[in-house]
Ligand binder design. Structure first.
Ligand SMILES: *Cc1c(COP(=O)(O)O)cnc(C)c1O
Length: 383
């Protein structure tokens, strides 16, 4: 018999999501906007201590709006972390703007501040500073946020923090998503909490977020006859899905603790292998960082491990019906962005070549972990 599937990051519902959906049906608030939307936005503001929040149909939509709000136009440059999911960079292309990809540093795996500084310096000399910088807190790990913010502000370039994977992560006392002019979150199916699909745009400026709300609602002027002076978008979240979001926000802290506990289990497991000379690297929390550990990721360098290839773990887990996944392929190595500029050091390429995302759902059981660790034991011993 086929063993049951262990997923990389399965949705994990709490207890009130269905009640909130039922309420939306009972009151016939099925349309976009409505009381669940307002309450969900309020909960996000509180959870990350930010003044303004707008929930939208996806994290990608939130990024697209963020770029528009920062006045990014065709042929403008936008600097973007190369080591990320393509949704961080696609909205740059939607606007006909030009991405310049920046490589990562080795500890957090996020944007390298020194490389960013170099790129800003070069583009400043040409009089072509970017309109925005998109930085990412990959797999939930806070980037070197203060350093990057201080470099960016020296050049007067605003930051968009793509915290799609980092809801609940912190740096010092501030939450991820709040370090830039604008930040975004995703509630897609496999994120730390989910509305099945959805996202949020957050920031301090009332004017910016209000304008985002207006653009996301088809840019309708406040008159009965649908007057338009801007091109609008249909990006708002439905009241039904916001109901799921409310239930999920109630359990966010538990979900973060569960994901961090997963990470500790993997770390302890691989430590015993480490003592036998098998070396596994993890993403490191920099000073004062608190990661939600959305996904536990490992890197195994074949040069130090008798030519062991991380693909053998991927394959071996798959044979046991356990899902794992390679790390994100850097944008500067993607065919679709092959003509764009890049500042690369090789760090993200190295991580991509030797890394793997382990099963990391907040609903994983002790049994699931026993199966995972038994399988890993077998794969590593075989080598
Ligand atoms: C998931 C994700 C997005 C996009 O969010 P969607 O809600 O799926 O549109 C953007 N950036 C990163 C880093 C992501 O992981």
């Amino acid at each position: 018999m086929q063993k049951s599937r262990i997923w990389l990051s399965a949705p994990h519902m709490g207890e009130t999501e269905q009640k909130k959906i039922a309420e939306a049906f009972q009151t016939n608030w099925i349309a976009p906007l409505g009381p669940n939307v307002d309450q969900f936005e309020e909960m996000i503001r509180k959870a990350v201590s930010i003044e303004q929040a707008l929930v939208v149909s996806s994290g990608t939509a939130a990024l697209h709006l963020a770029l528009i709000l920062l006045n990014v136009q065709a042929d403008d440059y936008v600097f973007c972390q190369s080591f990320t999911f393509s949704a961080s960079a696609n909205p740059i292309a939607y606007l006909g703007a030009r991405p310049v990809f920046i490589d990562s540093e080795k500890d957090t795996w996020n944007m390298d501040p020194l490389l960013l500084e170099q790129a800003l310096f070069d583009f400043d000399k040409k009089g072509k500073l970017p309109k925005a910088i998109i930085l990412v807190d990959l797999y939930g790990m806070p980037a070197r946020l203060e350093e990057i913010a201080s470099i960016a502000s020296r050049f007067g370039v605003p930051i968009i923090e793509d915290a799609a994977e980092a809801l609940g992560s912190k740096k010092g006392s501030a939450y991820c998503g709040t370090f830039g002019s604008l930040g975004i979150f995703s509630f897609n199916g496999n994120k730390i909490i989910t509305t099945s699909g959805g996202g949020a745009l957050v920031g301090r400026s009332f004017e910016l977020i209000q304008r985002g709300k207006y653009l996301a609602t088809q840019a309708r002027q406040n008159v009965p006859h649908y007057e338009h002076t801007d091109i609008g978008y249909n990006y708002r979240m439905s009241n039904v899905l916001a109901g799921i979001g409310i239930g999920q926000m109630e359990v966010l802290t538990q979900r973060v603790l569960a994901r961090r506990a997963n990470f500790e289990k993997y770390r302890t497991y691989f430590k015993s292998w480490n003592e036998k000379g098998f070396q596994v690297e993890f993403q490191q929390e920099s000073d004062g960082a608190y990661s939600n550990r959305w996904l536990t990721t490992i890197v195994i360098d074949p040069r130090f491990n008798d030519n062991f290839k991380v693909e053998s773990i991927y394959q071996g887990l798959l044979e046991e019906n356990i899902e794992s996944r390679p790390l994100w392929k850097p944008m500067h190595l993607q065919p679709v962005f092959k003509n764009d500029l890049v500042y690369a050091t090789g760090v993200s390429e190295y991580l991509f070549n030797h890394g793997l995302c382990m099963p990391s759902g907040s609903g994983l059981t002790d049994n699931d972990f026993s199966r995972i660790f038994e399988t890993l034991d077998r794969i590593i011993k075989q080598h």
